[in-house]
Design a binder for this molecule. Structure first.
Ligand SMILES: NC(=O)c1ccc[n+]([C@@H]2O[C@H](COP(=O)([O-])OP(=O)(O)OC[C@H]3O[C@@H](n4cnc5c(N)ncnc54)[C@H](O)[C@@H]3O)[C@@H](O)[C@H]2O)c1
Length: 360
């Protein structure tokens, strides 16, 4: 186990996050499998091809009965239809309450597998082995599990903490540059909204990270998210809203342009740039800081403008999002770099002005 570090989230359940390289070789040292009757590995077809065999072999050293459910790749897997397939698989493989689900994959597998764990037999234990950068620094942490429903994302689900998160950065080597950028946008988000030192680190580093640097970024982002989750596990006090920096306009970009045009990370980058400009307009951020944000986004190949959408369409999408989330959409602005704040006083005119700049 190289560079191994452990962070602990203390909520209704204690959940260690183990970050390191080549952790799979010593899975038994990362988690105590002894109390479980069987292990169900849930993954998707692409990850299975890359890592299914090695992870299964590592799990076999526990001496437990192992079965593996391989799901189709992509967002459509996060559905009740696929969840039903999962329940049937668990039942057919005689998974009882002492069974352990082990998710191996990106956010899709983690959200779906966690949802199965939360609901099958009123809840069985699960651990997350996130394999995308985004999953390692964001989606595997915090216990938000669920599926999409009625054409909307994450409509059905629960807050259900895993027993452990094992983030092995060795998995990240096989990600495409586009998948890597999805995670990089979120890492920059943590830096801008919460951690100046993290941002400085990302500004300094070359685009090709060493293993030690990757472990450092994943550990740092995980600790930031863990801190927020501990303070606001079920998103009631509003503290968790800070993690939505860049996501209000980001979601609108996704809705208007479609994911074929802009990936999630690209949409969030555009959203962060827009939020920075709104912060500047509100007198909270100076223009040097705004330029610094442009520079770091460009450095990682992330966009800072969106010519594919019109300001009016984006504004309508923001209004629609607000309606369908019962007004929960909160603007997160920057009171300087590293200091995200929730702001209720953003007017449509401010947003429109900024969208005109962004869409030019
Ligand atoms: N639960 C949360 O708090 C939370 C937070 C953010 C996002 N999400 C959810 O996460 C999902 C997106 O996650 P994602 O970006 O990881 O997408 P994903 O799970 O679809 O994975 C992206 C692609 O990468 C492939 N892949 C995964 N690991 C790989 C590896 N190591 N090497 C090569 N290819 C690999 C997958 O097969 C897939 O094709 C969305 O459904 C989103 O709603 C959840």
């Amino acid at each position: 186990m190289e560079y191994s570090r452990v962070i602990r989230i203390e909520t209704v359940r204690t959940c260690p996050i183990i970050v390191g390289a080549n952790l799979i070789d010593d899975l038994g040292e990362c988690f105590d499998f002894s109390g479980y009757s069987s292990i169900v590995l849930i993954t998707d077809a692409r990850v299975n091809k890359l890592y299914g065999q090695s992870v299964t072999a590592a799990l076999q050293t526990t001496g437990k009965r192992i079965s593996a459910l391989t799901l189709p790749v992509g967002e459509r897997t996060k559905s009740l239809r696929v969840a039903e397939r999962g329940y049937r698989f668990l039942l057919e493989h005689n998974t009882d309450r002492q069974g352990l689900i082990c998710t191996l994959g990106g956010g899709v597998v983690g959200d779906l597998g966690g949802y199965l764990a939360a609901t099958y037999l009123r809840g069985v234990d699960y651990i997350q082995l996130p394999t995308t950068f985004l999953a390692q620094i964001d989606s595997s942490i915090g216990g938000k599990v669920g599926v999409n429903f009625g054409g909307k994302k994450n409509m059905v689900g629960s807050f259900y903490q895993p027993r452990a998160i094992i983030a092995d950065v060795s998995f990240l080597k096989s990600l495409t540059p586009a998948e890597m950028r999805n995670g990089l946008a979120e890492a920059i988000k943590y830096g801008l909204a919460m951690d100046t030192a993290l941002l400085q680190m990302m500004e300094r580093q070359a685009n090709e990270f060493t293993t030690a640097e990757l472990v450092d970024i994943v550990r740092r982002c995980s600790a930031l998210k863990a801190g927020i989750v501990e303070a606001d596990e079920t998103e009631r006090s509003g503290q968790r809203a800070i993690l939505n920096f860049g996501h209000t306009i980001g979601h609108a970009v996704e809705a208007v342009t479609g994911l074929q045009v802009r990936s999630h990370g690209e949409a969030v980058a555009i959203g962060m740039m827009a939020a920075a400009r709104i912060s500047e307009q509100a007198g909270m951020l100076d223009s040097n800081s705004r330029q610094r944000i442009e520079k770091v986004l460009r450095k990682y190949g992330l966009p800072i403008s969106c010519r594919e959408a019109s300001p009016d369409d984006l504004l309508s999408a923001i209004h629609f999002d607000k309606k369908t989330t019962a007004g929960q959409t909160a603007w997160v602005l920057l009171r300087g770099i590293g200091n995200g704040v929730v702001n209720q006083h953003v007017t449509d005119n401010m947003v429109k002005d900024v969208l005109k700049e962004i869409c030019r």
